[in-house]
Design a protein around this ligand. Structure first.
Ligand code: S3P
Length: 426
């Protein structure tokens, strides 16, 4: 689907966004393994989290979803049933990688696959630790979906993450629920810790200390009411849009501000953005706040090291901001970007080129010159949700109407994105 985005005069208003994608996946998976029912409100409306629900239903978990409220009847750690057919993870790397941790422990064999983009994403990173725990996982070329997972009794392992990936950490921890002793995961670079928080909230015995996570096996998880905060990675598009479009003033309510995710705000503030967090509160161990942003000129800067890992999903939209910033933006240590839904180093550089910005591309990063004046463009999402939405944000400050090819990709995480953007146009 093509979508035309015209330049915006000003953005203003108060919005609440769909639930955080990362947290929605985890709440659904853990609620399924819990005893009793859970009611999850503000569950992500994105296709990725629907994929997780679909897989769980195919594994025999009763689920009722009405709008953004999802009721999950937990079947307990040992209540999953062998699926009748191949499980479909769609476009969702989180679904296939995290669910693999659970499937690795089941007394049945399952197959899980997804779309063309997912078929190109590396799975060795979860196959390797899960195989060490005792699961048998076959993959195309030993690395790519579909996966055929023969589960069984698992050994506890002490595992140092070779890549900073919360999906890998989660796969190991979920398998660890079924292991024969305490599972330990160590991470040199801190990654999002929603799994650890949710496990503790549902009753698991889990300890985290300076890069080390230790989980005791076979807890009784208890179902409960859970509220998913608005997704900060979705909010990122409106934060950048409001910064770019002169005279804007936007408040995003109930945003998840977990410290392992909120580096985005620090990056924006360090660039000179006017951002305020109001009414900071907590639900189920997750920090939540309202974020107010006003348009402001930004300086640009360098994103590298642990910060890159902490803002990895926001780099496409930060790149657009960097291009119009005073000094430009350098992104380093971002090789992981190459194996997201698309090669985001290539797809960001390609779309910036269409706006008239010449980007220097490195194996693991980008050098984006500043002071750009965007010309109207014909963008290509390449089927990647975050690329589609980043381009839409850039189009707000182009010198005429732009078109986004494959604009519907946004619905993977944020089906309401274009409507919300329209509502903010004053
Ligand atoms: C996610 C972790 C990150 C992130 C993805 C969601 C998660 O991926 O990019 O969008 O929910 O754990 P990696 O684990 O591959 O770094």
């Amino acid at each position: 689907m093509d979508r035309v985005i015209t330049p915006a005069g000003r953005l203003a208003g108060v919005v609440r966004l769909p639930g955080d994608k990362s947290i929605s996946h985890r709440y659904a998976l853990l609620a399924a393994l819990a005893e009793g029912s859970s009611v999850i409100t503000n569950f992500s409306s994105g296709a990725d989290c629907r994929s997780t629900l679909g897989c769980l239903e195919a594994l025999g978990v009763p689920i009722r979803a009405e709008n953004s409220t999802v009721r999950v009847e937990g079947v307990g750690l040992d209540g999953l049933k062998a699926p009748a057919a191949s499980l479909d993870a769609g476009n969702s790397g989180s679904t296939i990688r995290m669910l693999a941790g659970i499937l690795a422990a089941q007394p049945f064999t399952s197959r899980i696959a997804g779309d063309e983009s997912l078929a190109r994403r590396p799975m060795r990173r979860i196959i390797e630790p899960l195989a060490r725990m005792g699961a048998r996982i076959e993959a195309r070329d030993g690395n790519f979906p579909p996966l055929r997972i023969t589960g069984g009794p698992l050994r506890a392992i002490d595992y140092e993450l070779p890549v900073p990936s919360a999906q890998v950490k989660t796969a190991v921890l979920l398998a660890g629920l079924y292991a024969d002793g305490a599972t330990v995961v160590r991470e040199a670079v801190r990654t999002r810790d929603h799994t650890e928080i949710a496990l503790a909230e549902l009753g698991a015995k889990i300890e985290t200390r300076r890069g080390m996570i230790r989980l005791e096996p076979r807890p009784t998880l208890r179902g409960r009411e859970l509220l998913v905060p608005s997704d900060l990675s979705s909010a990122a598009f409106f934060l950048v849009a409001a910064l770019l479009v002169q005279g804007s003033e936007v408040v995003i309510q109930g945003v998840g501000l977990n410290p392992t995710r909120s580096a985005l705000l620090d990056v924006l503030v360090s660039m000179g953005a006017q951002i305020k967090v109001l009414d900071l509160r907590q639900h189920a161990g997750e920090l939540i706040g309202d974020v107010e942003v006003r348009s402001s000129p930004v300086r640009g800067g360098v994103i590298e090291g642990a910060t890159t890992a902490a803002v990895i999903d926001e780099i496409p939209v930060l790149a657009m901001l960097g291009a119009v910033s005073e000094n430009g933006l350098v992104v380093r240590n971002a090789a992981e970007l190459r194996i997201k839904e698309t090669d985001r180093i290539a797809t960001v550089a390609d779309n910036l080129g269409r706006l008239g910005v010449n980007v220097k591309v490195h194996d693991d990063g980008l050098e984006i010159p500043g002071k750009a004046r965007f010309r109207a463009a014909e963008f290509d999402s390449f089927g990647d949700h975050r690329i589609a939405m980043a381009c839409a944000v850039a189009a707000l400050v182009a010198d005429g109407p732009s078109t986004i090819r494959g604009a519907e990709a946004a619905s993977v995480s944020f089906p309401e994105f274009y409507d919300t953007l329209d509502r903010l146009r004053a």
